[in-house]
Design a protein around this ligand. Structure first.
Ligand code: ITT
Length: 236
């Protein structure tokens, strides 16, 4: 099937961050061969969505809704999936939080690089005894799926969150990952995310916990709607 059939569901990743795409793709494709994941750049839509809401959930929904509206005509049955993530440091009163991408002060019109943000975080943490922190992700989905027994589609919106506790290191450690990963030592492993492979990070991360919850929600919805239950395919 095609974009209008029932033998696969297109999931469009509503993010401009290709590092997130690298993590999200295996998480979602691992659920079922019936899920086809497309990134915005693969669909020829490299758009930057301004995050104007005051919560991770609000911003994740904003991104999912924007991309859903953009592709709702092109794909009859699809899910737009967005992630909004923040690093919350206790001794900085939860900063950088919502502003994790734009933490380091920069000249007007310039965006900080990952390295700028890392250096700024280390600077803000100098002299702080409490280095505890957490990563929080909210996944938002807006989708159109076949309604039970017919070709009509129903539209849904769902969110799910995931959190991992850690400690801000005194210097970057490891080469993998992205963003603040070299500074985030996961309490349960003693390793920074950058010292893990993508598969290792995906087995424990804030993003994967949120995705797992989102998938549970999807499975429940799919069961109710009897979607993808064909003789040749197992349901998602
Ligand atoms: P989109 O909004 O297009 O998805 P973004 O990079 O702006 O991309 P977020 O607002 O969710 O994404 O994340 C803000 C920043 O937090 C991001 O730019 C990274 O610096 C950092 N970040 C997000 N997820 C991370 C992760 O898993 N590990 C380390 N840093 C992360």
């Amino acid at each position: 099937m095609s974009k209008t059939g029932r033998d696969h569901i297109t999931v469009i990743l509503a993010t401009g961050n290709r590092d997130k795409v690298k993590e999200l793709r295996p998480l979602l494709e691992g659920i079922s061969p019936l899920i086809r994941v497309s990134a915005l750049h693969e669909l020829g839509a490299e758009i930057e969505i301004e995050e104007t809401e005051q919560t991770l959930e609000g911003n994740a929904l904003l991104k999912a809704r924007t991309i859903f509206d953009l592709f709702a005509e092109r794909f009859t049955f699809m899910i737009a999936l967005a992630d909004d993530t923040g690093l919350e440091v206790d001794s900085l009163n939860g900063a950088p939080g919502l502003y994790s991408a734009r933490f380091a002060p920069m000249p007007a019109g310039q965006s900080p690089s990952y390295k700028d943000n890392i250096n700024h975080l280390l600077h803000c943490m100098s002299g702080k005894a409490d280095r505890s922190a957490r990563f929080r992700s909210v996944i938002a989905m807006k989708g159109a799926l076949p309604s039970q027994g017919g070709e009509r589609r129903f539209i849904f919106e769902k969110t799910a969150d995931g959190m991992v506790h850690g400690t801000i290191t005194f210097e970057p450690r490891g080469d993998g990952g992205f963003g603040y990963d070299p500074l985030f030592e996961v309490d349960s492993t003693g390793k920074t995310y950058s010292e893990m492979s993508i598969a290792e990070k995906n087995s424990i991360s804030h993003r994967s916990l949120a995705v797992q919850k989102a998938v549970t929600t999807l499975r429940e919805m799919f069961e109710i709607q009897n979607i993808l239950q064909t003789t040749s395919n197992t349901p998602v």
